[in-house]
Design a protein around this ligand. Sequence first.
Ligand SMILES: *[C@@H]1O[C@H](CO)[C@@H](O)[C@H](O)[C@H]1NC(C)=O
Ligand SMILES: *[C@@H]1O[C@H](CO)[C@@H](O)[C@H](O)[C@H]1NC(C)=O
Ligand SMILES: *[C@@H]1O[C@H](CO)[C@@H](O)[C@H](O)[C@H]1NC(C)=O
Ligand SMILES: *[C@@H]1O[C@H](CO)[C@@H](O)[C@H](O)[C@H]1NC(C)=O
Ligand SMILES: *[C@@H]1O[C@H](CO)[C@@H](O)[C@H](O)[C@H]1NC(C)=O
Ligand SMILES: *[C@@H]1O[C@H](CO)[C@@H](O)[C@H](O)[C@H]1NC(C)=O
Ligand SMILES: *[C@@H]1O[C@H](CO)[C@@H](O)[C@H](O)[C@H]1NC(C)=O
Ligand SMILES: *[C@@H]1O[C@H](CO)[C@@H](O)[C@H](O)[C@H]1NC(C)=O
Ligand SMILES: *[C@@H]1O[C@H](CO)[C@@H](O)[C@H](O)[C@H]1NC(C)=O
Ligand SMILES: [Cu+2]
Length: 570
Amino acid sequence: MKVLKKGLMYLVILFASIMVSTAVAKIQYHDFVVQATPVKRLCKTRSTITVNGQYPGPTLEVNDGDTLVISVVNRARYNVTIHWHGIRQVRTGWADGPEFITQCPIQPGGIYTYRFTIEGQEGTLWWHAHSSWLRATVYGALIIYPRQGSTYPFAEPKRETPILLGEWWNANPIDVVNEATRTGGAPNISDAYTINGQPGDLYRCSSSETIIVPIDTGETNLLRVINAALNQELFFAVASHELIVVGADASYLKPFTTSVIMLGPGQTTDVLITGDQPPGRYYMVAQPYQSAQGAPFDNTTTTAILDYISAPCPFRGTPSTPVMPTLPAFNDTATVTAFTQNLRSPDNVSVPTDIDENLFFTVGLGLFNCPPNLSSDQCQGPNGTRFASSMNNMSFVLPSTYSILQAYHQGIPGVFTTDFPAVPPVAFDYTGNVSQSLWQPVPGTKVYELEYGSNVQIVLQDTSIVSGENHPIHLHGYNFYVIAVGFGNFDPATHTKEFNLVDPPMRNTVGVPVNGWAVIRFLADNPGVWIMHCHLDVHITWGLAMAFLVKDGVGGLQSLESPPEDLPPC
Ligand SMILES: *[C@@H]1O[C@H](CO)[C@@H](O)[C@H](O)[C@H]1NC(C)=O
Ligand SMILES: *[C@@H]1O[C@H](CO)[C@@H](O)[C@H](O)[C@H]1NC(C)=O
Ligand SMILES: *[C@@H]1O[C@H](CO)[C@@H](O)[C@H](O)[C@H]1NC(C)=O
Ligand SMILES: *[C@@H]1O[C@H](CO)[C@@H](O)[C@H](O)[C@H]1NC(C)=O
Ligand SMILES: *[C@@H]1O[C@H](CO)[C@@H](O)[C@H](O)[C@H]1NC(C)=O
Ligand SMILES: *[C@@H]1O[C@H](CO)[C@@H](O)[C@H](O)[C@H]1NC(C)=O
Ligand SMILES: *[C@@H]1O[C@H](CO)[C@@H](O)[C@H](O)[C@H]1NC(C)=O
Ligand SMILES: *[C@@H]1O[C@H](CO)[C@@H](O)[C@H](O)[C@H]1NC(C)=O
Ligand SMILES: *[C@@H]1O[C@H](CO)[C@@H](O)[C@H](O)[C@H]1NC(C)=O
Ligand SMILES: [Cu+2]
């Protein structure tokens, strides 16, 4: 009897816990229709590729633990794929999205359903096209709230506003990249930056559409800032208001106060802002951080307006000029460094220590000499060359007949090789005066294999080839700890001592400082093929990418799932 009672009690507990977990986790279904839509910006209407006719696209709001089922229908005239930036995709690499890495593109008229579950992540992420330069306009916020019943590690904000920083071309961005690929030169720079799709009132014909962000006196609100720009790192500030940074890339941070933040494309930053200023209107501004010397860039300013709801007349609803913040100079690397040094995990974390794979990857530009079968108008890079980009001197070329994941899973030979080098093929003074004989990388489709469960450290080293530059390096399928950043050449003898193994920030995209380096660590516990690339699309176009092939571990829970039946064929 006693035993029976105890058994019954366990049953009740078991049943109750099943009830709780099924009650909490939801399945969300969404339809994304990729289509051409007329969009008017800067006095001009052009056909723009959007999702569901929206620019930016729809915001996805989920709770940790939810499953997303998103059918993407391609009604545009381009191949497309969608990437869920920062979602770990544990065992569901087929839903990651980068074209020819984890899937063949969804061709015009095609459809593909992405299915994945959010497992242990909360904060601000985003989704975007991962095919050619379509992400210029095909992107949106992906907000992960805590599981039902749990809360933020800070007081509940009164309001939450996604702030998507973007980049707008008057021309079709696909024409811009295709022209650059044809000529070998640098692509045309953009015509405007945007906040939630609007350039703001410093640009022509944009004033009346300027985004208004409400705040009330005394309340504290959360801004979820996302850099969705294609090719530009951006500073962001709000006039007269301090920002309390509480998270980045959907990982919480030790809160700290700053007047300006910097985000590379791909990065997100969550900040709290308090209505503690005289009621009125204050500009929110994004402006470029440009670290490559001498390279042309779009030097314009996008604005939105922080508007006090309780502002008395004549402020409220009147065109009184908002207060303008002072932003750092476009090349103020010192401010960027100070900001990134402040990013810390809230608590002590367990950073992988027994390193199985100690990798050293150079990241940077290069130039291809003009091949004999090309004409001079196809070699409009510096001094009659074609621009290139590489990691460890390998300029990444996407396959075109199978995705790498498919080729690996089905054992199809000839699509990729597994000899991506662990260290640069030639050691040189990476940030010094590099001999031009080293400037030409080698095109290829190479992956680096990792055993399931290995502890990986990567030193990402910028080079001064052509020009040093801050590169936002994004790894798919993982978050990693950023345990150190610095300038010059990485030197293990001195820099290992500087590693932060206590409370480093966790990210999915790290800014490798201009003529400097960053060290990241992660545990390779997600089987699949994961691209790591510069998130400046101009650089990925030139080959600044590689991919990891993480093998299956033991048993089903450590193995890649089977491909979905509707996986698009090439
Ligand atoms: C790029 O800029 C050049 C010079 O302004 C212009 O002639 C060309 O048409 C532009 N290309 C595209 C694709 O807009
Ligand atoms: C960019 O524009 C600002 C004014 O907004 C100006 O002060 C600065 O000199 C410009 N920088 C470059 C490199 O053009
Ligand atoms: C930033 O650019 C200005 C020219 O616009 C130059 O005078 C200054 O030295 C540069 N600063 C840095 C830190 O490179
Ligand atoms: C975090 O780690 C540091 C350094 O090892 C240690 O001094 C500190 O006590 C730890 N803090 C907590 C809360 O464990
Ligand atoms: C030029 O030659 C290379 C081989 O050297 C070949 O791969 C490429 O397709 C050729 N390009 C054109 C435009 O003929
Ligand atoms: C182009 O050639 C000029 C003259 O030889 C040289 O000064 C310059 O550094 C070269 N530029 C590049 C990017 O190679
Ligand atoms: C860089 O090296 C080249 C030779 O490799 C030399 O001609 C040039 O003067 C050097 N430039 C600087 C700034 O040291
Ligand atoms: C890259 O490889 C090419 C071809 O082997 C070589 O000419 C060049 O010097 C290499 N550059 C570097 C930085 O390793
Ligand atoms: C579209 O994708 C197919 C393979 O799925 C490929 O053969 C074709 O070249 C792609 N088109 C473009 C313009 O990239
Ligand atoms: Cu880059």
